[in-house]
Design a protein around this ligand. Structure first.
Ligand SMILES: NC(=O)c1ccc[n+]([C@@H]2O[C@H](COP(=O)([O-])OP(=O)(O)OC[C@H]3O[C@@H](n4cnc5c(N)ncnc54)[C@H](O)[C@@H]3O)[C@@H](O)[C@H]2O)c1
Length: 435
């Protein structure tokens, strides 16, 4: 069990310099967390190299990006992308009988989910194939990365991979019931998680969200040895999630989105960083706040704890950056709306007795219950509706500020990490942005 270790001190400026290599291990999406650290690497003059998960056309063979897709992705990243598909997971990998987990679900109605049985051995066969596929592709990736390593200076790898929801149509109605269902539509996460379907998700999440980090550390051992032998250093950072401290009743209080079914995979990621650090590798996981990205879009309500970030900016000293953030957010509100009301409603949600039982760090990740989900979804909608244009909502603006602050903190801290697992709570992010 990881100890709760929030970052307390702003890290010093790092020693990265022009020509050092920054490798983004995962794809970059418009509003994704990684934008923050990529900006920092560019600003420091580092050479930026990226990766791709590849593509599958209609669930078919995994392939690299087409020349057009590659050109677009490279323009977005502002650097070369090594075009080897690094998709992790095994939901589309056949077991020894030639059938993949996703294919096994064909013809089954989502309502009959409780009757689905895979059997552990079948899942493990597919899993082993998925691991083998990624290992082979990683070898290719490393072979193409090696010539790009500068003759002097250091390397920074940023791991951003997370996901692994099996890509069967079957899953969407079920997941919608778990994450967005109210009344009769609500499906509790616990029985689902304890079913064979939950087991498939768990194993797949572990591969995508956790073991890709271990694989990266392992595959780059020779690169590390080479760089260290000539006096350079190789460092690794990864994005974690394990709840977040936000301002509530004048204090920074740990809370979490529930049900965070990826929680165990994220704890595996933490364990990998702890073990690597013990072995003398510079590897740190930074547990980040809830923000709105492509990946978090399914989890309606995850953004509720983001609103108090505005209050954190005031609490940590205010000033021009905080004032600008308030102005930018206020400009997005419907006529007659106010940030004060928005913050009061978010506060009322977080402080409600219904949420108290979910603020238990030791019990994380917890399953959901009907009343909590109904309350969260209703409050999420109420606060979203306060923005005038649903394509430009206040929490998107706050998400951007948070990923910028997180990017700076991770980039700076990576030079000499304050620990293998650190929580970047609203206070330290606000302080970073204000200083
Ligand atoms: N959004 C949040 O609220 C939040 C909070 C804390 C931590 N994080 C973490 O930040 C990181 C980036 O996520 P994001 O929210 O910015 O979303 P994102 O969608 O921008 O990024 C998700 C990343 O996962 C990769 N990925 C997805 N499926 C994959 C697969 N099968 N194999 C390999 N890679 C795969 C994508 O290429 C991409 O790089 C993740 O580790 C995420 O868990 C997000």
């Amino acid at each position: 069990m990881t100890e709760y270790t929030p970052m307390k001190n702003l890290p010093a400026a790092p020693g990265y310099k022009k020509g050092d290599l920054f490798v983004l291990f995962g794809e970059l999406f418009g509003r994704g967390y990684a934008n923050g650290i990529v900006d920092e690497a560019r600003r420091a003059g580092m050479t930026v190299v990226g990766a791709t998960v590849g593509r599958r056309d209609n669930g078919g063979e995994l392939r690299p990006l087409t020349p057009q897709e590659l050109a677009e992705a490279e323009a977005n990243l502002g650097g070369k992308i090594i075009n080897v598909p690094l998709e992790a997971g095994f939901d589309l990998e056949p077991a020894d009988d030639g059938i993949s987990p996703v294919e096994r679900l064909k013809g089954i109605k989502p309502d009959d989910w409780e009757t689905v049985r895979f059997g552990e051995e079948i899942l493990q066969q597919s899993r082993r194939r998925g691991i083998e596929r990624l290992r082979t592709n990683m070898e290719q990736f490393i072979a193409e990365l090696t010539p790009l390593i500068p003759a002097e200076g250091s390397l920074l790898f940023a791991h951003t991979m997370a996901g692994g929801i099996p890509r069967a149509r079957f899953f969407m109605p079920l997941l919608n019931r778990i994450f967005k269902g109210t009344g009769d539509k609500f499906l509790p996460s616990e029985p689902f998680w304890n079913s064979d379907l939950g087991r498939l998700c768990q194993l797949n999440f572990n591969e995508v969200t956790g073991n890709t980090f271990g694989g990266l550390l392992e595959s780059t051992a020779a690169i590390r040895a080479g760089v260290e032998a000539r006096g350079g250093a190789v460092r690794y950072v990864a994005y974690g999630y394990h709840g977040c401290g936000v301002l509530l009743g004048g204090e920074y209080v740990w809370q979490s989105y529930t049900p965070y079914v990826q929680g165990e995979a994220k704890m595996l990621l933490e364990d990998i960083a702890v073990e690597a650090t013990r072995n003398g590798i510079s590897a740190a996981v930074y547990n980040c706040p809830e923000i709105q990205t492509n990946s978090s879009a399914l989890f309606l309500g995850v953004e509720l704890s983001l609103y108090p970030f505005l209050a954190a900016l005031e609490r940590e000293g205010g000033g021009p950056v905080a004032e600008q953030a308030r102005r930018d957010c206020a400009a997005l509100l419907k006529e007659g709306g106010s940030l004060e009301l928005m913050l009061a409603r978010a506060d009322d949600y977080l402080a409600s007795p219904l949420m108290a039982g979910f603020m238990d760090f030791a019990a994380w990740p917890q399953h959901n219950v009907k009343e909590q989900m109904a309350f969260m979804l209703e409050r999420s909608q109420e606060l979203m509706a306060m923005s005038a244009d649903q394509k430009r909502v206040v929490c998107a603006e706050l998400s951007r500020l948070v990923f910028q602050g997180v990017g700076r903190l991770m980039f700076d801290d990576s030079w000499a990490p304050q620990g293998p697992v650190l929580w970047l709570n609203h206070d330290i992010i606000a302080r970073r942005l204000l200083s």
